[in-house]
Write a protein that binds this ligand. Structure first.
Ligand SMILES: *[C@@H]1O[C@H](CO)[C@@H](O)[C@H](O)[C@H]1NC(C)=O
Ligand SMILES: *[C@@H]1O[C@H](CO)[C@@H](O)[C@H](O)[C@H]1NC(C)=O
Ligand SMILES: *[C@@H]1O[C@H](CO)[C@@H](O)[C@H](O)[C@H]1NC(C)=O
Ligand SMILES: *[C@@H]1O[C@H](CO)[C@@H](O)[C@H](O)[C@H]1NC(C)=O
Length: 438
């Protein structure tokens, strides 16, 4: 491009500015920066937008290697071709062999340019991005790497969960947030914090905390970090990255947790934190209830989605996304037929909620791969060009959901109130019938 030939720069500057400006105006997915109005996501001053999404944690990593960028483009092209309008991906790689951040505050420019490319391509394909800022688990670094850095600097920290309360580590994390959010994209010229392609920021992938099972430690961390993100980028949405595990609070339903145990988070209380704009759950009934039968997993799936949608509507009044769900393909345990059934069930429950004006307004399956990425297969992969049935289920869902876009949010809200009023009456009648029959 002209950028590499300084002589041509002056000539093409106006053209370039025009292109950048019109790209920003025309190609921002779905009509611009996404906001929240009650339990709905909105764009363009109060029109609903729903998310048919996918996870592809690998986008920045692959894009950091220019010869492999074609795979990123192909993935976005296939996704857009199936109506997908949201990608959830990693905006972190802490330490390790392929670091974005190799040491606190030290960044790899090739990785940053990979992320630039991903954002530019997402915009070009009309796909919003949910960018996650670190990991609870040690894949790509995460809290353990942050704590290791602090130890190397001479601080005495006990466990990886000190990530959530060490002043030093919180400083490292905030610096990462600031670095990413203020980055100016080398492809589009737009600062990340100004880019409407980004749906929002996720503080951490799947925060959990053994050091404090009550959830208070994660709670305090989210209460500090969500406003911190807002202080740098007041426009984009923020979420914590939770899987939906309940704690002990008054509105929590710990009995529904897999095995009924603690994971160190509170679904309701933490999503109430100042600066948290929407709620998330993940959904892996097969691995969460390993060894249980299909009926138990189905019952869990139904309870989990129903309970979180209800709590989100009653106690949060914010939108809810299923930011990860999947079924592990394993010889003798689960085949594609069963996986596709699960896919259909999750997507149907999202559509049913969205169509009824409910708070569950989108999701993202784990995970999308491009053909020829065999080393990244993890048993959950969906390769659209090679998987006709899954591709049809996903494409149909995207189309259905997209038909709900663009409604006036106030109309949706009124209809919802009316429906819930009607529903309560039915419920009362139902109990009346039940009690009269006992
Ligand atoms: C952080 O929490 C851990 C575990 O509860 C505790 O041992 C440690 O003292 C706390 N650190 C700070 C700085 O509060
Ligand atoms: C689902 O919820 C019902 C009652 O709401 C409960 O009896 C049942 O045990 C729950 N099942 C699972 C798998 O959580
Ligand atoms: C998938 O597994 C189910 C349950 O074991 C079985 O009934 C079905 O025939 C299998 N389908 C295929 C295509 O292998
Ligand atoms: C997808 O939608 C088409 C057209 O509406 C329909 O004929 C087909 O049965 C659907 N397939 C699935 C798997 O939902």
């Amino acid at each position: 491009m002209a950028r590499s030939r300084p002589g041509a720069l002056a000539d093409s500057l106006l053209v370039l500015l025009f292109l950048v400006a019109s790209a920003a105006a025309a190609a921002a997915p779905g009509g611009g920066l996404v906001g929240v109005d009650g339990t709905q996501f909105v764009v363009g001053g109060g029109k609903t937008v729903y998310f048919s999404g996918f996870n592809a944690y690998w986008l920045m990593l692959v894009a950091s290697d220019p010869p492999r960028r074609g795979q990123v483009v192909a993935a976005f092209r296939q996704a857009a071709g199936h109506g997908l309008n949201l990608a959830r991906t990693w905006a972190f790689s802490d330490g390790g062999d392929t670091p974005l951040q190799s040491a606190p505050g030290v960044y790899d420019e090739a990785m940053l340019q990979g992320l630039d490319f991903v954002i530019a391509e997402a915009r070009r394909h009309g796909i919003y991005l949910l960018l996650c800022l670190t990991n609870n688990f040690h894949d790509f670094g995460g809290k353990r790497q942050y704590v290791a850095w602090a130890r190397e600097a001479g601080h005495h920290l006990a466990t990886a969960d000190d990530f959530f309360n060490s002043t030093v580590v919180k400083g490292y994390y905030k610096n990462h947030v600031k670095t990413v959010l203020t980055r100016v994209n080398t492809v589009t010229g737009v600062a990340y914090r100004d880019d409407p392609t980004i749906l929002g920021w996720e503080l951490m992938n799947e925060p959990r905390c053994e050091a404090d099972p009550t959830g208070a430690m994660v709670q305090a961390w989210v209460e500090e970090m969500a406003p911190y993100v807002k202080s740098i980028d007041g426009d984009h949405l923020v979420t914590a990255g939770l899987e939906g595990f309940y704690g002990d609070g008054v509105h929590e339903s710990k009995d529904l947790n897999p095995w009924g145990i603690y994971y160190g988070t509170n679904f309701v209380e933490t999503h109430r934190a100042h600066g948290v704009d929407f709620a998330t759950i993940h959904l892996y009934p097969d691995v969460w209830l390993w060894g249980s039968g299909a009926a138990a997993q189905l019952a869990f799936f139904r309870n989990w989605t129903r309970s979180h949608a209800r709590d989100t509507e009653l106690y949060l009044g914010k939108p809810l996304l299923v930011t990860e769900y999947g079924k592990f393909l394993w010889d003798g345990v689960a085949n594609r037929t069963q996986r596709d059934r699960f896919l259909g069930q999750v997507l149907d429950s999202i559509y049913a909620s969205a169509a009824a004006g409910g708070p569950l307004v989108g999701g993202a399956f784990w995970q999308l791969l491009d053909p020829g990425m065999d080393t990244l297969r993890d048993g959950y992969e969906i390769i659209l060009p090679e998987d006709q049935r899954a591709a049809t289920i996903i494409g149909n869902h995207s189309r259905q959901l997209a038909e709900l876009n663009g409604q006036d949010v106030e109309v949706v809200r009124r209809r919802r109130r009316w429906r819930r009023g009607a529903h309560r009456k039915v419920h009362i009648n139902f109990f009346a019938v039940q009690s009269s029959s006992v």
